[in-house]
Design a protein around this ligand. Structure first.
Ligand code: ATR
Length: 284
């Protein structure tokens, strides 16, 4: 990488940030596109977030990504926030516009849909879909399913009240018919009845899907199963679903595409998705 007097700066803020795979993914794409840009990691303590946003803008950065713990706290610090990021309650991409405005986006929902698109799993247009989880990731998935024009979504969560709250909000804010179920065998069975797509948006998959009370027999084609976890690449949920003959998808595509969309926002160029995916796999 060659830094010049014209090098454009982008990067990621987090705390800690050393675990992030984003610099590997974005710098590989920058090299492929032949841009004089650089993508750097910035550890930003929570109480210094407002300063960091102003500072990045002041030094002429084109924008930045945000990861834990900044995605929610960024919202009130920006000049504009997209409707989708406002519903999700989290910003993962900021663009510093040439006219001085800072604009916050959340690229997870679109990343989720693009990954599904390339996987051969049909988007659930006019279908019922089920989402496990009611945190930030589940909110992005709900936004994506609303965009895909699902007929109904069922939010299934361990803490039932959170599922109810998200279902009510989805119904009102993003125009998708939504209802809640508890994360029990009966709740999951009801959610999966006549359902085209099951998405795991809980963090349970990171330890192999332990704790998800799913009866293997409930996972049968034509149900497709999408786990947004990318490490491990095959959670227990995906393994069982694949053994039963369901189409399955992990979170690597979503991670790649949410990054690709961010890069497209900053550069206006089509992102080299395959290069980004390979860089992620190599950096893990
Ligand atoms: P994220 O931003 O990744 O969505 P989060 O907001 O902390 O993270 O949400 C985590 C989600 O995973 C929640 O829906 C949580 O369920 P609760 O609302 O009941 O806490 C769910 N989750 C985490 N660990 C889980 C487990 N072992 N079994 C079932 N659900 C789990």
């Amino acid at each position: 990488m060659r830094i010049t007097g014209k090098t454009q700066l982008v990067g990621v803020i987090g705390y800690p940030v050393s675990h992030t795979l984003s610099p590997a993914m974005h710098n590989a794409a920058i090299a492929e596109l032949g841009l004089d840009w650089v993508y750097a990691p910035f550890p930003v303590a929570p109480d210094r977030l407002p300063e960091a946003v102003r500072g990045l803008q002041a030094v002429g950065a084109r924008g930045f990504n945000a990861t834990i713990p900044h995605k929610e706290s960024l919202l009130p610090l920006l000049d504009e926030v997209s409707g989708e990021a406002a519903f999700i309650g989290a910003v993962n991409t900021v663009l510093f516009h040439e006219d001085g405005r800072s604009i916050g986006y959340n690229t997870d929902a679109e990343g989720f849909l693009r990954a599904m698109d390339e996987s051969g799993i049909a988007p659930p247009e006019g279908e019922k879909a089920a989402v496990m989880g009611a945190g930030g990731a589940a909110r992005a998935v709900a936004a994506a399913l609303a965009k895909a024009k699902a007929r109904e979504i069922v939010i299934v969560n361990r803490t039932f009240e959170k599922a109810e709250a998200l279902a009510a909000e989805a119904d009102a804010a993003i125009g998708v018919s939504a209802r809640a179920e508890p994360l029990t065998e009966a709740g999951i069975a009801s959610a999966l009845d006549g359902t085209a797509l099951l998405v795991n948006a809980t963090s349970a998959g990171m330890d192999g899907s332990a704790g998800l009370p799913i009866d293997a027999d409930a996972l049968r084609p034509p149900l497709a199963v999408y786990d947004i976890v990318y490490s491990p690449p095959q959670t227990g949920l995906l393994k069982t679903a694949a053994q039963n003959g369901c189409k399955t998808l992990n979170g690597l595509g979503m991670l790649t595409h949410q990054g690709a969309i961010a890069l497209e926002r900053w550069t206006g160029l089509k992102a080299p998705v395959e290069t980004m995916r390979q860089a992620l796999l190599a950096a893990q």
